[in-house]
Design a protein around this ligand. Structure first.
Ligand code: GTP
Ligand code: MG
Length: 302
């Protein structure tokens, strides 16, 4: 089981791995930890999108620990440990409500992968034995409700929806009522893709947030921001803008399979400070994995 998950992460990171192979080559070559080695390590970590702060930190620590020593597997293991540490976070998985339905809101810009990630997450939770509902609060776009309906049918989870153009907050209200009345464990709320410049849509997101918090104690229990991994630095700007509107609690990093920028996760983690909860590694229903720093870093160096 674990082997299968690791294989999927490895495949999902194939493009990013090709970038990290430059770092691996550096470790596997013979030599000493000297200025030339450290410069090269710095350069390659930059190329891998690890980000200024992280690169500085790692190179400094390697200098302190290994200067004038031979480059061995120990140096590689040390760097991997530093990278792992940068990603590790005490809050893993989903924070569930102690009683009653857990409300998970999903936010993000157009096309970042929200609806697909919701489908994947719904399936995962259903497979775990949870009673799952999705709420089609993206009433902005005609096809959006339909897209979520098709997924919910395919997975076999309940959907609460209304016509296109109706009030998204009222759909959220409805979903909360039904979830309470019928004992659902989790409600995953889809929202309209918003460019963070679209003030109207940002207000709507705040309204959904406000409505669910009135309906259910402690809700929303999670607000996951979906970031498209291929957008790199821009993802950080998006996160900053969204955080002004609603308090996000975690990140779903989507589309890692399509990009060589998987190293940006280090910069994202450092700059945004939110835990990465899940990673998207493909378009299929089973292509969402809980984020695990160990597997992630190991996969990069395979
Ligand atoms: N390769 C790959 N494609 C993905 C992944 N996640 C989503 N996609 C694709 O990205 C596209 C957009 O996904 P959606 O889930 O519709 O994105 P969205 O954020 O809901 O978009 P809007 O509702 O328009 O804002 C679709 O073609 C998905 O199949 C992923 O992890 N890997
Ligand atoms: Mg969508």
């Amino acid at each position: 089981m674990f082997g299968a998950i690791f294989k999927k992460i490895k495949q999902g990171l194939a493009k990013t791995r090709s970038v990290f192979s430059g770092i691996v080559d550096l470790f596997r070559g013979r030599g000493r930890v000297d200025k030339a080695f450290l410069d090269e390590l710095e350069r390659r970590l930059y190329l891998a999108d690890v980000g200024g702060y992280g690169v500085g930190l790692i190179v400094d620590k390697v200098r302190q620990a290994f200067i004038d020593k031979e480059v061995t597997g120990e140096v590689e293991a040390f760097v991997k440990a530093q990278l792992r540490q940068m990603l590790s976070d005490p809050s893993e998985g989903i924070r569930y409500a102690p009683t009653g339905p857990t409300i998970v809101m999903i936010a993000g810009v157009n096309g970042s992968g929200k609806t697909t990630s919701i489908a994947k997450l719904a399936k995962k939770l259903k497979d775990d034995g949870k009673k799952v509902m999705v709420a089609a609060c993206d009433t902005f776009r005609a096809a959006a409700v339909e897209q979520l309906s098709i997924w919910s049918e395919r997975i076999g989870v309940e959907i609460v929806k209304n016509q296109q153009g109706s009030d998204p907050a009222s759909v959220a209200h409805d979903a909360c009522d039904k979830a309470k009345a019928r004992g659902f464990d989790v409600v995953i709320v889809d929202t309209a893709g918003r460019l963070h410049t679209q003030v109207h849509l940002m207000r709507e997101l705040e309204k959904i947030h406000r409505i669910v918090s009135r309906q259910i104690e402690g809700a929303p229990h999670e607000v996951f921001l979906v970031l498209d991994a291929s957008t790199g630095q821009n993802a950080i700007n998006q996160a900053e803008m969204f955080s002004k509107s609603v308090k996000c609690t975690g990140i779903i990093l989507s589309k890692l399979d399509g990009t060589a920028k998987g190293g940006a996760i280090f910069a994202i983690k450092e700059k945004i400070g939110l835990p990465v909860k899940f990673i998207g590694v493909g378009e299929g229903l089973d292509d969402l994995e809980p984020f695990d720093p160990d597997s992630y870093v190991n996969a990069l160096f395979e």
